[in-house]
Design a protein around this ligand. Structure first.
Ligand SMILES: C[S@@+](CC[C@H](N)C(=O)[O-])C[C@H]1O[C@@H](n2cnc3c(N)ncnc32)[C@H](O)[C@@H]1O
Length: 486
């Protein structure tokens, strides 16, 4: 019998923490993540089962109550405004106008849970967590996570029992409606309270603010893969942010890549677009329902961040089909910024969000095979999934799939202007080619590449001919089949 793995080996975990701890200063995010995972495993190892049960049943619930009270009292933001630093509990109760004996109890639990730091009897100082919670983007997480998501999450187990433990798939009579006792879905509910859509948008921006995003250098090659291939036309559109909220992501993109050619267009529901103020004037805003035909045709990229996880597979297929018909084959890209849950070792941020999505939207966070099924089903092909660190969203780069009939394959050789790759596959060496507006024309078994972008380099391969009538033909560009000549 295979022995059970022992994830709670204290000496081994201590060694791992020590080894990673030594490399923390130069090791970057990944070393920190490994160190943190080992430290968390160490806590689980040292905690008794009873402590663990009490932590989840009492401490975390009481922590939520203390945090929500702190937020209602504006405790942490008033503390920051009053110069931060060490303060007595009585001073903090004066700042917030609360009963000193009540606040003393709230502060004690916040300190016991690590949110603030106790410096003496009834005396505290802020921590990076309390300082972060003093910011509006994180304060907006309270109505979103507790008022909107709280009731369906708390009642999820009842809903699942009632529906025979089936994966929720119905967005109009799902756990959300059961938890809130309402016929409305999440989006209908917040459309009746527009201030809530700003809070949702802010809290999302806050959630992502301390993690790498695909726009950061070293994650996705924005200049090479996206901007490098944009058409030179004056009206060219570089990026359409579909369901882009109030524009935080496009604003960040513009800030990080200010000089790029091509329009940036923000799309969302009309009531959300109305709230999208203060954006750089180069960002165009447009009300658009993504369940209807995409009006911006032939953009370089259509981008969706944290959008598809709000919808079921069928609804995602509908949203993507509406985008597909606006896209130019071999030019337009689809960029999806979402979690791709790995088969093992999923980060708790993504698994927690998966349960939240189940409760709020009857939807899910997805694994790679789930993404492939949806995208391929609609006629997309995943080019690459870019992932920078665990616990952060990946960027799925996709394009329209070109059909490759099975009966025709031909590998380009040096004679075709291709260079021999180490694995024996002939590669065209024209990495840029597929990223530019190149059009491939096929005529009587001959493929020729017509350069539609005058600014791009001349293609390395002008034409290729079949070796014989019977030999199957595939043209490989950048080492992967792109076009088949029959
Ligand atoms: C979870 S938020 C993501 C916002 C933004 N992309 C981000 O990453 O911060 C989902 C967005 O989808 C928008 N949305 C929902 N239904 C929509 C629809 N039918 N058409 C267009 N946008 C919609 C919401 O208003 C919201 O801004």
């Amino acid at each position: 019998m295979t022995p059970l793995p022992n994830p709670y080996d204290v000496p081994a975990l201590l060694k791992e923490i020590e080894a990673n701890g030594m490399k923390l200063s130069e090791g970057g995010g990944q070393v920190r993540q490994q160190c943190l995972a080992a430290a968390q495993a160490l806590c689980y190892a040292l905690e008794t089962p009873m402590e663990s049960i009490i932590r989840t049943h009492w401490a975390e619930q009481a922590h939520h109550a203390a945090l929500c009270t702190e937020n209602d009292l504006h405790l942490f933001d008033k503390w920051e405004e009053a110069g931060s630093g060490i303060k007595a509990s009585s001073e903090l109760s004066e700042l917030t106008g609360s009963d000193p004996s009540l606040l003393a109890r709230i502060l004690k639990h916040l300190a016991a849970m690590g949110t603030i730091y106790e410096t003496g009897p009834d005396q505290y100082c802020p921590t990076p967590v309390s300082k972060a919670l003093s910011m509006q983007v994180h304060r907006d997480g309270f109505p979103t996570s507790f008022d909107l998501a709280g009731p369906p999450v708390r009642k999820l187990h009842e809903y699942l029992a009632m529906t025979g433990y089936q994966n929720p798939q119905n967005t109009s009579i799902g756990p959300y409606q059961y938890g809130h006792q309402t016929p409305d879905d999440f989006w209908t509910m917040i459309s009746k309270r527009p201030e809530m859509s700003v809070a949702v948008d802010n809290s999302l921006a806050g959630r992502k603010s301390h993690r790498l995003t695909w726009m950061d250098h070293g994650f996705y090659p924005v200049e090479d893969n996206l901007a490098g291939g944009v058409s030179g036309e004056e009206e060219a559109v570089l990026l359409v942010d579909v369901g882009g909220g109030t524009g935080t992501n496009l604003q960040e993109f513009h800030g990080k890549y200010p000089g790029l050619h091509g329009q940036l267009i923000l799309q969302d529901k009309p009531e959300v677009i109305k709230q999208a103020t203060g954006l750089d004037q180069s960002i165009r805003t447009m009300a658009h329902d993504f369940f209807t035909e995409q009006p911006v045709k032939g953009a370089r990229a259509y981008y969706m961040s944290s959008v598809l996880h709000d919808w079921t597979d069928e609804q995602c297929a509908e949203i993507l089909a509406n985008l597909k018909f606006a896209m130019t084959p071999m030019y337009s890209k689809l960029l999806i910024h979402e979690f791709v849950i790995p088969d093992t070792g999923a980060h708790w941020i993504s698994t927690a969000l998966d349960i939240m999505m189940m409760a709020v939207f009857s939807s899910r966070e997805r694994r790679e095979q789930d993404w492939r099924k949806i995208l391929e089903g609609v006629g997309f092909r995943i080019i690459k999934i870019w992932t920078a660190e665990p616990g952060a969203e990946s960027l799925i780069e996709a394009e329209l799939a070109t059909e490759i009939p099975e009966h025709t394959t031909h590998t380009l050789t040096e004679a075709d202007g291709a260079s021999e790759a180490p694995d024996g596959i002939a590669q065209s060496g024209t990495e840029e080619l597929v990223e530019r507006r190149d059009v491939i024309a096929v005529e009587s078994g001959m493929a020729s590449i017509i350069n539609a972008d005058p600014s791009s380099h001349a293609p390395a391969i002008e034409a290729s001919e079949p070796e014989s009538e019977s030999s199957p033909k595939t043209i490989l560009l950048s080492g992967r089949p792109r076009l088949v000549v029959s």
